[in-house]
Design a protein around this ligand. Structure first.
Ligand code: ZN
Ligand code: ZN
Length: 535
């Protein structure tokens, strides 16, 4: 049994533990152990046999026992038991059809079916209505969903970070390429796809079906399969002939409108060759939304970013200290990091008073001594009060090196009022950047009623930038709004709004969103050296 097989089984165990709603820490511990084992240089089976598995990070006595059982007997008894009882493929299919995990398990028990195929048979034989609680309406809905021929879609798009984790993990496991909406860095991903090259598609389709992330395969063709995760999210695998890989990847990446406008696509082993056969320049995936055959601009890249201008520490709702955040930013190769904790009006979490701001200045000065020449900047994420005034006095703001202004509370106000509020804040000479300008939460809260065009006009007059917030649930401005802001002549700031060291990694999401708005490095404030930020 090799490391990958051991890791797959532990991950499957973690998924089932989550399903039975066991202690979430246990499930997470198994997931972490699986990750460690996947990356381990030594054969873990040998370590387990000689009683040394615990030398690996994150493997305690409980998990060690399971690994030994797995290596010695080829199975984890409790896992096999859970699989018999829970039928995870039915749970995945049930969720895809719109049923909760519990309901799916009840359905499986009542019909005495064990697999997705058996469920289909039972449904076709008209047995669904024999299940208590399933009326004619639900039966009709389930039958319709089961018979659905068109492209499966998750009921709600996945946030970009989750989509990348899923698609990236599967791509790695089948030695393929991430495609679909994630490759275009859409803020909410519906088409989740992986493309790989295979002369003989059989083995890779089998490998896909056996992945721990995929609990049931709901469609299967010679070179294509559609699997679902235990959450009911459909994921597509395309196994292309090697000489057509580029064509398949392009088709699985672009929006339908983009691809349609390029058809008929020539066959080619890589995307560059497809584009050159079409006689048009290669197009970055982020721009493959609307039909486009032209020369794309030189888009900003993560390497252009010199610093992050919006993050939090333990003084408000962050999880790391000034020095920890600064060190992490420095290790990312940045030259600077602005600490922008909240102000008191934010309400739900702690905010900094003028005294706190001065105390934090000492902490920042101390960090700068340790981290020089890297520079931690004194910043703030200052609330915009309902009447448009800022939550800190001007004399306090004047001391700071970077001021973000944010609407948090009272977001439901009417358009005229909200616009006046934001415009008022933008007129403050100390404000350098408007944070998450629309206030949306993807799939959860719509944009504030703000006249964005008017806000952009005033920002331009005042020389104030607008943020592309990289939190996966925000991505605010969106790509579309970035384009509008740039067309209006504004500059943007790519920020993470990190609340932890790990959160600094969301810069990739912010930059990709800026790219979707056609941003070049010259239009992004934090591609510039420290002097330009301070000036
Ligand atoms: Zn905020
Ligand atoms: Zn923030």
């Amino acid at each position: 049994m090799d490391n990958r097989e051991i890791a797959d089984r532990l991950e499957a165990f973690a998924t089932l533990l989550e399903l039975v709603e066991a202690n979430p820490y246990t499930a997470r511990a198994y997931r972490r152990a699986a990750e460690t084992i996947r990356g381990a240089a030594l054969p873990v089976a040998d370590l387990a046999r000689s009683g040394r598995a615990r030398e690996l990070r994150g493997i305690g006595p409980g998990i060690e026992t399971r690994i030994r059982e797995l290596v010695e007997t080829g199975e984890i008894a409790e896992l096999a038991e859970l699989e018999r009882e829970l039928a995870p493929d039915l749970v995945g299919l049930g969720r895809y059809l719109g049923l909760g995990a519990k309901r799916s398990i009840e359905l499986a028990r009542a019909l005495d079916v064990r697999t997705a195929d058996e469920l289909r048979e039972a449904a076709a034989a008209g047995r669904l209505k024999s299940v208590p609680g399933i009326g004619p309406k639900t039966e009709a809905r389930l039958l319709e969903a089961l018979a659905r021929e068109h492209e499966p879609r998750p009921r709600q798009g996945l946030l970009l970070n989750g989509a990348w984790e899923l698609v990236g993990g599967i791509a790695e496991a089948v030695d393929g390429h991430p495609a679909g909406d994630a490759r275009r860095w859409r803020d909410s991903c519906e088409r989740l796809a992986v493309v790989c090259a295979a002369s003989d598609p059989g083995p890779v389709l089998a490998r896909f079906a056996a992945l721990p992330q995929i609990v049931a395969v709901i469609e299967r063709e010679e070179r294509r399969a559609m699997g679902v995760t235990v959450e009911g999210v459909p994921v597509e695998l395309v196994a292309a002939e090697p000489e057509r890989l580029g064509t398949a990847l392009l088709r699985a990446t672009g929006s339908p409108a983009y691809v349609e406008a390029l058809e008929p696509l020539p066959d080619a082993p890589d995307e560059e060759a497809v584009y050159s056969a079409l006689g048009i320049p290669w197009c970055p995936p982020e721009l493959r939304e609307e039909p486009f055959r032209g020369e794309p601009p030189e888009l900003v890249t993560p390497n252009d970013i010199r610093g992050d201008l919006h993050c939090h520490t333990t003084r408000s709702d962050g999880r790391a200290s000034v020095e920890e955040m600064g060190r992490a930013a420095s290790e990312r190769g940045y030259d600077y990091l602005a600490i922008c904790d909240h102000t008191p009006a934010v309400g739900a979490v702690r905010g900094l008073t003028p005294d706190d701001v001065r105390r934090q200045a000492e902490e920042i000065a101390a960090a700068n001594e340790v981290l020089a020449p890297f520079r931690v900047l004194r910043g703030i994420e200052c609330d915009i009060l309902p009447d448009g005034r800022l939550d800190l006095r001007d004399d306090v703001l004047a001391e700071l090196e970077w001021v973000q202004a944010s609407v948090h509370g009272g977001q439901r106000m009417p358009r005229a009022e909200m616009t006046k509020r934001v415009v008022e804040a933008l007129r403050n000479p100390y404000v350098r950047c408007l944070s998450h300008p629309t206030g949306r939460y993807i799939n959860r809260r719509p944009e504030n009623a703000l006249d964005l065009e008017r806000a952009f006009e005033v920002a331009l007059e005042e020389g104030t930038a607008v943020e592309v917030n990289g939190l996966p649930s925000r991505l605010d401005l969106s790509g579309q709004h970035v384009r509008e802001a740039l067309d209006a002549g504004l500059e943007i700031v790519c920020s993470t709004d990190a609340h932890s060291v790990r959160g600094l990694g969301n810069m990739a999401l912010s930059v990709a969103t800026a790219r979707r708005g056609w941003a070049t490095a010259a239009q992004v404030v934090n591609t510039r050296p420290l002097d330009a930020i301070l000036g």
